[in-house]
Ligand binder design. Sequence first.
Ligand code: FAD
Length: 469
Amino acid sequence: MGRRTVELVATVLGSAIGKDFAGDLLAPGDAGYDEARTLWNADIDRRPRLIARCRSATDVVAAVRLARERDLRLSVRGGGHGVGGHAVVEDGLMIDLSPMKGVRADPAPRTVRAEAGVVLGELDAACQAYSLATPAGIVTHTGISGLTLGGGIGWLMRKHGATVDNLLSAEVVTADGTLVTASDEHEPELFWGLRGGGGNFGVVTSFEYRAHEVGPEVVAGVVAYPIENAGEVLRGYRDAVADAPDELTTILTLRRVPALQTYPEEHWGRPVVNVAACWCGDFAQGEVVLRPLRTLGSPAYDLLRVQPFVDLQRMFDPSVPWGWHYYWKTWEVPSLEDGAIDLLVDAAADLPSPQSYVIVFQLGGAIARVPEDATAYPQRDAAFNVNINGVWLPGEDRASPVQWVRSLHAKLEPFAAGRAYVNFLGDEPQKLVRDMYGGEKYARLVALKDRYDPENVFRLNQNILPSRA
Ligand SMILES: Cc1cc2nc3c(=O)[nH]c(=O)nc-3n(C[C@H](O)[C@H](O)[C@H](O)COP(=O)(O)OP(=O)(O)OC[C@H]3O[C@@H](n4cnc5c(N)ncnc54)[C@H](O)[C@@H]3O)c2cc1C
């Protein structure tokens, strides 16, 4: 059991963790071990030597020190959504933050503080109790931790910025096992790097965010068009959103309609272009702004309506559940050129499985107005993010979805010029990480890595290589 393992580690390994650590330490064979090493992406199957299920920052300090003492490779798990599975390490020590669930919104200064194991649905629930929200992602079972450290894009970003633009401070356990607060006032360079540099600089144990008045209702949902008209719809869409107000954020998916009650049954299984939208402003103005998106052709169905913000946040949840297999590749593009649209349309006509899809996020707005050097989060001038998602069920063919993703990704490369979004990367060559940040920003991240983690203790991520490596 967890406690037995703590005592075993303390005596057999001669470690101080026994007295400092109040969480559960799990080894293979312990109850809960397999559950704790399981991530969202069932394609990842790794067996850590130990899993430190932490309940507090003090536990995290003890776990980092144990890994250093015993020279164990270290991984850090927040919500477990990272598609590449860096959160779980083979034969090393996995720090599992998922028991750290404290979250509290404060309506007076409009802030929210959340521990590292909180997922987006829990953050929204705490904030919406006061009709507040912090911009985050679009699936409620995503962890705030990884999402925040990589940037955080979602329905509110064009109005209120990325998640990193709303981060006020973070508590971090650094590679030497010290707990520090990073903010504009304390450790400002570390705070800069945490906002987009991923998990490279330490284990964040809690986040403090700015919150905004949102909802409780927004005008949102999805209008779908048959795939046969995809080219015309995508071109019309591109023109319709070109000068959209910040209150509007749109997300396209090219996919087969999932067999879910959300969608009309007669369309289940049919390939469509879903134009999903969120308008977080005045309802009457929203109706006017949304009208062009409803008339890009003859819709298969139109589910755009006034609805609770938290319902919108849950809309995509059941179409990307835990336990399926996923393979992603991604680019960010400065514009949706005709050539890129043609490639998307061709790929949508050739989906390798009923669950595979391409998702296109409209960026810009408030994100693009933050100066590029204000945070480590790169490429604020990108107009769209394209994420290609191969999906298959346990036991099903892996090769076709993976090949489909790789093929479309390679064809889209000329439109992207090496730009990507760190949170959508799986296992990619280090060069892509460097290219993604660009020379100047990467050099600043390396300097920060040299200062806070020169031995690259935190390497299971989209890694910033310290100079000595
Ligand atoms: C279904 C789905 C939907 C998504 N939607 C969006 C979206 O709308 N917008 C968006 O921006 N992203 C989205 N993402 C991507 C998401 O931001 C990343 O997968 C992110 O890594 C998830 O964070 P996590 O804590 O759940 O992941 P984990 O797998 O737990 O962590 C990923 C990595 O982050 C680092 N890390 C995690 N927690 C910490 C911590 N506390 N301290 C230091 N390092 C840490 C580690 O390196 C870890 O390997 C989505 C992902 C999925 C699977």
